[in-house]
Design a protein around this ligand. Sequence first.
Ligand code: CA
Length: 698
Amino acid sequence: MRYQPSLPSLAFVLLTAVSIGASAEFNAAELDNEQSGKNWLTHGRTHSEQRYSPLNEINAESISKLGLAWSVELPDARQIVSTTLAVDGILYVTTSFSIVTAIDARTHDVLWKYDPQVPAHAGETLKLLWGTSRGVAYWNGKIYVAAGDGRLIAVDAKSGKEIWSAQTTEPGGHFYVTGAPRAFNGKVIIGNGGTETGPARGYVTAYDAETGEQAWRFYLVPGNPADGFEDNAQRMAAATWNGEWWKHGGGGNAWNAITYDPDFNHIYIGTGNGSPWNQKIRSPGGGDNLFLCSIVALDADTGKYRWHYQTVPGETWDFNSSMDIVSVDLEVNDRVIKTLMHAPKNGFFYILNRANGKLLSAEKFAKVTWASGVDMKTGRPIETAGSRYEDGEVLIWPGPAGAHNWQPMSWNPNTQLMYFPYHDVPGYYNDTAINLTTFQAKRHELSTGVSYAEDDSPADSGTSGLMAWNPLTQQVAWKHDNPGIWNAGTMTTGGDLVFQGLADGQFIAYRASDGEKLWEFDAKHGIAAPPITYEIDGRQFIALPVGWGGGLSMMGGSIGAQHGWQYGRHPRRLLVFALDGAANLPPTPPPMMVEPLDDPAFVLDAEKVATGKTLFVRHCVMCHGPGAVAGGGAPDLRGSPIMMHREAADGVILEGQRMSRGMAKFSNLTTTDVETIQHYVRERARATLGANASAISK
Ligand code: CA
């Protein structure tokens, strides 16, 4: 019998409905199934976000046989920071500008590629992101792509065809999206970023997974009371603000952590820092400024407020709480406590009761000087005098990079340990050059209300490591040093293993229980993305995208550049490992430092250099790095032939000749501005060459 598409029979309609219903139910059950390691279905593998897989074919004994099984080149990718999904034999790899590549895990063929054309849609927000994208979500036969420009797009998981698209941010605004959406109960949720680059009022939005219709939205800071509050939570939050905060947006943007909890039907949001950073501007006279730097629990069906816990009341250091929120059923003295665990930028490891948000533990896991501890009675940090830079410049641990950032952490239920990369790197905070009364953040520019990112930092400005944290003893169980400060997140398995990729290109496995290093593989390119594992035809595989990227590859200056991963020079690829894997890594050039260019005939003008530096810090530093030292995620302008020639620089900067490759068009700048930026870049290039020359002559 022939199927007639114009006349679907009742039976066909019913069958379709039944199969979709069954599939969604199966999907929901699998997302909550810690016992099956077949798939990696969501950002943190399952709803718990534990990044633990029970698979144990690859284990502490067999790991000596682990080798590269196959690889796929990702030639149009730039930096890669995303979590790959593995769904029913298909791998979904997200690369820069939210491009998704679907790869058949059996044949290794690219099945489809979906490119949401972010540079063409991003408008002015192209100035704010170099295409960072942490991954996609899966639900009921669809892949959900969060495009950097703010669209949430559903595509068919089998064909890559677009099904629906929803604009989650204000068109023409300055919000952008780098985070992975999460799918739950027939809905898909996404937040956004933009606190540093204009007045920002953060929110999260949930959509119907089938239709893309908005289900609910929750604002993370209150708006102008004169406009009326959206709900009582906003009214409660408004009582913790001073002045005319709404003129500054307030902040709170949830750009990373979102966790669904089927036990309580909660959504937990890890909220962002203040907009601007400086509380003296945002909320003069202080106040807790809810819901900045908090975990906010919402009803997953309605988006209504349930509870919150604030890690940094009155935030003023960019100490957002956007880091992973992991659900753990913790066994304590034969009792099971439903907890969540969170190691945000501020340097404290938090354990909360996820039924009600009650604080159970808060201990320092890294060097922390802004607070001496957390008062367990009030749940509030005990701040150090002077840390709010009220007496001029202060050096604070940690700095804006945090003691732990978005790099995922993983929980192993067998060892009862949490594994995550930490870094000890301080920040200077100073607002003496800023008019606190008149400051207004400018859209599409770095605008924090604190003097920041004006000069390069030495490569050895900080140290880092991988840590295993024991939540019961509230102490480090074991740790290893990592190179530089910007290393990838972790995965842990039933094989008593923890995997981590490093900034220097090493991919390492440790025994989960005691931290002994058991295996390493040289991927020959910086690793910024976390690994995943999945099973196909009874065999365990580990997949890892390789390609240096993320915030410190953009704004890290020499801290990022030290590894020698130059923009566009080193191939990006997906590596897949298995026992007895015997594939060869395709050829890769060695690490190499940027060679600055110079034209001895170019006469530097000190005044133009100074003006150019100011413009560079406002407009260029977010991708090309402080001191014009790029961390490798974007071109280093000191070595760029374009910046040697005025006409070429005008064409790229003012006319947008490289927009399709992600370089924004700066129509708000003039040829005179470009000239001063060129003087600054030339001065930096010459200074580097001079430093190199004097280093050689020594
Ligand atoms: Ca921030």
